[in-house]
Design a protein around this ligand. Structure first.
Ligand code: FAD
Length: 317
């Protein structure tokens, strides 16, 4: 039976949804599952970790681990992977995951694959699936090492209802401080906006909004819906939106329940960042805009007329 170690996604003391999604998939492929939780004051999360579907919980709980730092974080993961005898180590697609995964792979001397949308086990042979050429093709890649580290795309796997694990806690010793890099403070999005990666709804704005006034109008809708606010690259290049809000191939990859695109044409590089959304609504005045090929719901119209109507209707709900 393959052994899968999932990295718990812990933010502000709470367990992120990717942990349950990854554990659900690991169970679905018949693996023995373990989770590694790293942080400070996280003991209270142990029942949740077991409830999310892990059979063993490796817990590194120490003041020195309160702030993410790739070196000590990777050391804890390597320790857990060795103790568990993990065949696969799965990270979610977070900034910390992307920073720590290559270190873990190098220290374990195994393959590292990123942006994965599926994992297939055929006997002992591991294969992964991931999009390539801006999502135009899906690659199936055979992994040549017997073990691997994987960074899984947000929303790639569904959380399964009724999944169970068992409480079997192994405490890890906190590693020595990494003197090469000491994290003093982590600044969250200074705007106070909802993080795109965590948002259940993402409202995105494109060149159709024309100027800052248009952007602010669409942002009003995002605020009404308590949604994350993203944009196409055109609006970032135009100086209307910061780069950390760009959705797409060279921006963030999001997989919310609802993605709302306003004045976005649907270029392949934009679609690469949002095609994993469960439901897509597009508003565009051009009925031939490519975004409508992907959208579940489309409104052909001027966003300057549609957005105020939507805001009025939402207020009534
Ligand atoms: P446009 O393509 O100009 O579309 C604007 C849309 O608004 C049109 O469809 C128009 O009909 C509609 N519109 C106009 N006025 C209105 C109105 N009043 N009401 C309603 N609709 C209206 N792009 C990304 O988004 N993310 C990326 O990560 C990214 N990475 C890239 C990487 C590379 C290497 C390259 C070459 C490009 C990349 N791009 C990326 C750019 C991408 O190719 C497109 O240029 C960009 O996505 C277009 O943004 P847009 O849809 O806002 O603008």
């Amino acid at each position: 039976m393959a052994k899968v170690l999932v990295i718990a996604d812990i933010k502000n003391g709470a367990l992120g949804s990717s942990t349950t999604e990854l554990l659900s998939k690991a169970k679905a492929i018949g693996a023995e599952t373990a989770v590694v939780a790293i942080g400070s004051g996280i003991d209270g999360l142990i029942p949740n970790l077991a409830g999310a579907g892990s059979d063993t919980q490796y817990v590194a709980d120490d003041d020195s681990l309160a702030m993410f730092s790739a070196g000590p974080f990777a050391a804890c993961v390597v320790d857990a992977a060795n103790q568990f005898g993990a065949d696969m180590v799965w990270f979610g697609f977070s900034e910390s995951g992307k920073a720590a995964a290559p270190r873990v792979a190098a220290q374990l001397d195994v393959a590292c694959a990123t942006d994965i949308t599926d994992v297939i086990l055929d006997g002992d042979q591991i294969a992964i699936v991931r999009p390539a050429i801006a999502n135009k093709v899906m690659q199936r890649v055979k992994i040549n090492t017997a073990k691997m580290v994987a960074v899984i795309r947000a929303g790639a796997f569904e959380a399964t209802e009724g999944i169970t694990g068992s409480e079997n806690v192994v405490k890890l010793t906190a590693p020595e401080a990494d003197l090469k890099a000491v994290i003093k403070e982590i600044l969250t999005d200074a705007s106070g906006d909802i993080d795109l990666a965590d948002a259940d709804i993402v409202v995105s704005v494109g060149r159709g909004a024309k100027n800052q006034e248009g952007v602010d109008m669409v942002k009003g809708l995002a605020d009404d819906l308590k949604a994350g606010f993203g944009s196409s690259r055109a609006m970032v290049d135009g100086g209307f939106m910061p780069h950390n809000k760009q959705v797409g191939q060279t921006g963030k990859i999001v997989a919310p329940t609802l993605y709302m695109a306003f004045g976005i044409s649907g270029a392949i590089q934009h679609i690469a960042g949002m095609s994993g959304a469960k439901v897509i609504l597009a508003v565009n005045k051009d009925p031939e805009a490519p975004i409508f090929n992907l959208a579940d719901y489309g409104i052909v119209g001027d966003l300057f007329e549609v957005v105020p109507i939507l805001r009025e209707e939402i207020k009534k709900v």
